[in-house]
Ligand binder design. Sequence first.
Ligand SMILES: Cc1ncc(COP(=O)(O)O)c(C=O)c1O
Length: 396
Amino acid sequence: MRLSHRALSMQESAIRKLDQFVAQAPEVHFHKLNIGQPDVPTPIEVMNALAATDSPVLAYGPASGLPACRKAAAAFHGRTSPGLGWEHCVVTQGGSEALLFAFCALCDPGDEILVPEPYYTNYNGFATVAAAKVVPVRTRLDEGFRIPSNDELDQYVTDRTRLFLFANPGNPTGAVYGEADLRRVAEWARSRGLWLVADEVYREIWFTHRPMSALQLEGHEDHVVVVDSTSKTFSSCGLRIGFLISRNLTLMERVERLGQARLGAQPRAQNAAIAALGLGDGFYDELRAVYRARVDAMMDALAEIPGVSYHRPEGAFYTMARLPVKDTEAFARFLVSEFRSTTMGRPESVVVAPGPGFYANPREGRDEIRLAAVKRPEDIRRGIEVIGEALAAFGG
Ligand SMILES: Cc1ncc(COP(=O)(O)O)c(C=O)c1O
């Protein structure tokens, strides 16, 4: 029987590909620096709200989310972007579904989405489902992954280009785009008739300066869409609650219809999200302190390995590191299936995300890996030490 072109062209997750090797070696202690799944405990307020129930039925919720959850999202974003109302915020099943809805609402089949590369791999999957095409805009580790000039951006625009998508802070780059960049790109996008979609799921995790939200761009209300999520900020990846936010009410009405087709996000999870969004400033200070310590440990440990270059993240909790090897996919496989460090008296190895998975062309990023600072600092330090040992054993 025939499967659709769409199903056949969905790519396998580059990050999860190595899991089978890990499962085959239960005796090995693997330092999992490959996925953005933090081990930070979920706030107790979120857990309590999730457990509380006042109804004997797990009922449907409204397509665009519980009014209280939409209001909580508006109030949360309103702290930096005044004037937002519940009608500008739709609750989705994670930031993932907000991205999918944005692509479906803004692109027709064959339309193009510009994205600074390297980029979050799942953008490809959402684009495939929406029958749109990701067009990578190359940025470079040596240049801090900055967004290219307007002239360079123009070279990527065709009559099928519909939107410019970027993550701020960035995954996998850790780059934070400043206000000047944001204003420039927003002006550029508007002058080319493009939507600006800002993926802000790491918005509260920053180390140098608070990233400006695209919702703060006055004069751009009609073409800005923001994606947010409770996953990373509140260590609640399994809650599956995110938000699509825009002041363009014509778009929001269409997003409501997309939501009606799949019915609403889980109401109890939305109550937990309301509890999360109500946490005070102290929570965010603590969150940043936790990740700062982890990122510092990652930087210090990488500095010890000869021949490695990397970008110090300004936000989120990832870094792309360039290794002295020709093929990081082979190196990542070597780590999970062959290399075992015994210097600590037990077999240890590391799981890393090979660079090519973050590029549209898999021949790019072959000497890069992405590391996620999602474990305790001492575990990150040890994991990176093991990478150093493995590099010596891999030899090219
Ligand atoms: C840049 C970026 N956007 C969106 C997501 C999706 O997050 P979720 O669907 O859990 O909200 C992730 C997850 O890792 C991400 O890194």
